[in-house]
Design a protein around this ligand. Structure first.
Ligand SMILES: Nc1nc2c(ncn2[C@@H]2O[C@H](COP(=O)(O)OP(=O)(O)OP(=O)(O)O)[C@@H](O)[C@H]2O)c(=O)[nH]1
Ligand SMILES: [Mg+2]
Length: 419
């Protein structure tokens, strides 16, 4: 505004006056009567200014149009891949297969899925296969020394003692038969043996086998139970299922609110009671609501509890009984959530929870933040309870059905391990 004050207004007015006089003379030469010349000169001046302003505005619009386009594209891309909004656009956006992995039939999502698995498993990859590969690179002979070092790597990558022993035995047996002539053969054998361990017989999760299909979610504090329920609710809802959530964690303040937020995101109903209420009563109401509202799936959250606290484990048995009384056969899936970053402790939790309420499946969260992903193998080998889902990030679609083949392939991917 300083420049306005400093302007020589007298000079400006003189120029303007001279311009109007010039215009008047021009108009006079065009035959405009004298009494209209000044008025017409101002009219022409006004028109001129308007045209200049319009041209200026058009120029500005042209300048700002370019950066706007990519932003719009990015927003659209986010809308299609991003979690919450996907609920609203479910009808138009092709939903990624939520529960079943269709690895062969849909090339595009498969590529994304593998890429995301790679990213999520990168720490485990370098702590397990990365180290195995550098060991194999540094040796030519497959001897006792190499096998001993391999054993150490497997133990420290959280595969656990029994699983490591099992793997080492297979390697030694093959070596004795003269089948291991090169380090590459050791790598191949390790891959095959891991796949064998992970590919044990277990009933797949079939949520259509009962209606409502009740999933009771349990685990110690902070492992990701509520988050897992939220992600599952969203995926089931996108797959066209009617879902109800039961806020069975009445112990922790704000636990029900946390679940309600997830319910809103997935656009599903949440049954909750006041803080401190009996979790059995929530289970009862949630089961009743699921039947009355003809829900396909009921996901019941529970409070985090220490696997060593007998009374808290008893409470789980009670919740289980309540569900079974209201919906015979329920819960159809007792899903234990384990935090992969806790390594071998996760295995101890699984064993103790399994004693209290027999487990049907495991969701292993936070694989993205740990080098201890080898725990997947230890769980499969020692528990014979299937890992149903793995959490590979905090995004809504970062909870993925576990696929043993893909897991091993990603871990042993040569691009990743720098081979
Ligand atoms: N990086 C990562 N973080 C996760 C994953 N799953 C859950 N989390 C985070 O773990 C934290 C705890 O998650 P919650 O779902 O509240 O855990 P909870 O088991 O319900 O906890 P309590 O109800 O207190 O027992 C949250 O910050 C989540 O975002 C995952 O797969 N990867
Ligand atoms: Mg919770």
């Amino acid at each position: 505004m300083e420049w306005l004050k400093g302007l020589n207004w007298a000079a400006v007015m003189d120029q303007l006056n001279a311009f109007v006089v010039y215009l008047s003379l021009l108009l006079a030469s065009l035959g405009v009567p004298e009494e209209y010349q000044t008025l017409a000169a101002f009219g022409v001046l006004y028109l001129g200014v308007t045209v200049v302003v319009l041209l200026f505005v058009l120029l500005l619009l042209k300048l700002f149009k370019k950066p706007k386009q990519p932003e719009k594209d990015r927003e659209q891309a986010e809308e299609t891949t991003d979690d919450i909004s996907a609920v609203d656009t479910a009808a138009t956006v092709e939903p990624e297969p939520a529960i079943e992995l269709e690895v062969e039939s849909e090339p595009e999502p498969t590529l994304n899925l593998v890429e995301r698995f790679k990213r999520g498993l990168s720490m485990t990859q370098s702590s397990l296969v990365g180290r195995v590969d550098s060991l194999l690179r540094s040796r030519t002979a497959i001897d006792e020394d190499l096998i001993e070092e391999l054993e150490e790597i497997l133990i420290t990558a959280d595969l656990g003692m029994p699983t490591t022993q099992q793997l080492i035995k297979s390697i030694e047996a093959s070596r004795a038969k003269g089948e291991l002539a090169s380090p590459e053969q050791v790598r191949q054998l390790l891959m095959e043996e891991l796949k064998k361990i992970l590919r044990f017989d277990s009933k797949p999760l079939d949520v259509t086998s009962a209606a409502p299909f009740v999933i009771m979610v349990i685990g110690v504090n902070g492992v990701g139970k509520t988050t897992t329920i939220g992600k599952l609710a969203n995926q089931f809802a996108l797959a066209g299922k009617k879902v109800i959530l039961g806020a069975g964690d009445t112990f922790r303040a704000a636990a029900a609110e946390q679940l309600e937020i997830w319910g809103e995101r997935a656009n599903v109903d949440v049954i909750s009671h006041a803080e401190g209420a009996d979790p059995g009563a929530v289970a009862f109401d949630a089961a009743k609501a699921a039947v009355a509202r003809k829900a396909d799936i009921l996901l019941l959250d529970t409070a985090g509890r220490l696997h060593t606290k007998v009374n808290l484990m008893e409470e789980l048995k009670k919740i289980r009984r309540v569900l079974d009384r209201e919906i015979p056969g329920a819960p159809h899936e007792v899903l234990l959530v384990l935090d992969a970053t806790t390594g071998q402790n996760a295995l101890t939790q699984a064993k103790l929870f399994n004693q209290a309420v027999p487990l049907n499946g495991i969701a292993l969260t936070k694989l993205d933040g740990t080098a201890k992903g080898g725990i997947v193998v230890a769980i499969a080998a020692e528990m014979q309870v299937p890992v149903r889902f793995v959490g590979i990030g905090e995004q809504l679609d970062d909870l993925r059905p576990f696929d043993a083949e893909m897991f091993v392939s990603v871990l042993f991917d040569k691009d990743q391990s720098g081979q």
